[in-house]
Design a protein around this ligand. Structure first.
Ligand code: S3P
Length: 169
């Protein structure tokens, strides 16, 4: 097992960071933290409401503060939000104190997994395919840049993904 104090999952919406992360943490005996869920607990507000009241910039500031605090700890598996890598500070914190796994996924699978989802403000209106493609263009190089491991979750059941990931850590 890798010596980094934490395990970190990065990747786009619908890559399976939360669902795979939860099971993987159980398997490895790590505390599971989902950044968005933690932000919702701390603020008492759902992510779309934070976006509505504070804008994306407000959300990003909260996200950055949370990541900085969390990365001081150890023995955690952190599932980040898809936009966490936009911040250079976040990228530094994640890579300094984490073994970073980039979960990749194809656009069709992403669209399918997010089809009934109403909790992602960045996909609230407009054409989801083109939005996801535009986000990927900016973010894929950033995910790749901090990744210790790239893992393709496309088409995999959560249990299968976890079984395979465990062997690669
Ligand atoms: C976002 C992804 C979401 C959440 C917020 C913004 C993004 O997390 O942090 O809606 O910018 O891609 P997930 O990647 O867990 O969906």
């Amino acid at each position: 097992m890798n010596p980094a104090p934490n395990l970190v999952l990065v990747g786009p919406m619908g890559a399976g960071k939360t669902s795979i992360g939860k099971r993987l943490a159980q398997r490895l005996g790590l505390a599971f933290v989902d950044a968005d869920q933690r932000l919702e607990e701390v603020t008492g507000a759902a992510v779309p409401l934070i976006f509505e009241h504070e804008g994306e910039a407000g959300f990003r500031a909260r996200e950055a503060q949370l990541i900085a605090e969390l990365m001081l700890g150890s023995a955690q598996l952190l599932a980040t939000g898809g936009g966490a890598v936009l911040s250079a500070d976040n990228r530094r914190h994640l890579r300094e104190r984490g073994f970073v796994v980039y979960l990749t996924v194809g656009i069709e699978q992403q669209l399918e997994r997010l089809a009934r989802d109403r909790s992602r403000p960045l996909l609230a209106d407009g054409d989801r395919r083109s939005k996801l493609e535009a986000l990927a263009e900016v973010r894929a190089p950033l995910y790749r840049d901090i990744a210790d491991l790239v893992f393709d979750s496309d088409g995999l059941a959560v249990a299968t993904a976890v079984d395979r990931l465990v062997l690669q850590l």
